[in-house]
Design a binder for this molecule. Structure first.
Ligand SMILES: [Zn+2]
Length: 247
């Protein structure tokens, strides 16, 4: 009998494949998950399976408490962290975790990524935040759950929809989005921002942050109420129809 979660698993599988394809992980590092909010289930990568061996049916379906609903493999060991974010943030339907090199470099240095330029401001209007280092008690309690709690604490005064990424100190990166496709896109964007910021700081250790006016300008032309980057939806439809030979 075909799985009722086939489409969700296909989307989560495709997002997981993007992780090595975009150079964000080797071997089994990293994981992506997709939420079906109507059915309150998540499709997530199984633990310890290499991307090139990953089949759509290997994806594990869990409920928001982490109980396996469908699948024979164990879900990713990071599942509890993904679920903390889904439970806390309505509208987030995709989460990605990687140890991509440059983002992890900043996380290990325990430094937020400064907003040095407009590439960064096109995607978020502040530095990429870095969590506090986890306490010994938290590590011993429930590590993956505590990682989620650490991220939530870092976002107490932040909007996760405006800043869809975080560095977990000493560990790596988590990104998210309204879809799993957007979450993995944000993982690739984060790695690029981390790389550009590393080059900037290497060339000029005291480089200044982008002036606030430029930050606002770039962020709002893409994400503000008067956004004008790209094509308006009606134009995109006309273009697509023209390309498909329709009028
Ligand atoms: Zn990790």
């Amino acid at each position: 009998m075909p799985s009722p979660y086939r489409e969700l698993k296909e989307r989560a599988w495709a997002a997981n494949q993007e992780i090595p394809k975009r150079g964000l992980a080797i071997y089994t590092f990293g994981n992506a998950s997709a939420l079906d909010s109507a059915r309150a289930v998540v499709a997530i990568k199984p633990s310890g399976v290499a991307y090139e061996q990953l089949a759509v049916d290997d994806l594990v379906i869990v409920d928001l408490d982490g109980q396996v609903v469908e699948g024979t493999l164990r879900p990713s060991s990071d599942t509890a962290t993904h679920l903390v974010l889904y439970r806390a943030w309505p509208g987030v339907a995709g989460v990605v975790h990687t140890h991509s090199s440059y983002a992890t470099g900043w996380a290990q240095a325990r430094l937020p990524i400064p907003i040095y330029g407009t590439t960064h401001a096109d995607h978020l209007a502040e530095d990429v935040p870095c969590t506090a280092v986890m306490s010994d008690e938290a590590v011993e309690a429930n590590y993956e759950l505590e990682t989620g709690a650490q991220i939530l604490r870092c976002f107490e005064a932040r909007d996760p929809h405006h800043t869809p990424m975080v560095l977990v100190a000493g560990h790596g990166a988590f990104t998210w989005g309204a879809t799993v496709e957007k979450a993995v896109y944000n993982a690739a964007v984060l790695e690029e921002l981390a790389r550009i910021a590393f080059v900037t700081r290497s060339l000029a250790p005291s480089a200044a942050r982008l002036p606030e006016r430029l930050i606002r300008k770039h962020f709002e032309r893409k994400h503000g109420t008067h956004a004008y980057y790209g094509q308006p939806p009606s134009e995109v439809r006309t273009l697509n129809n023209a390309r498909a030979g329709k009028r």
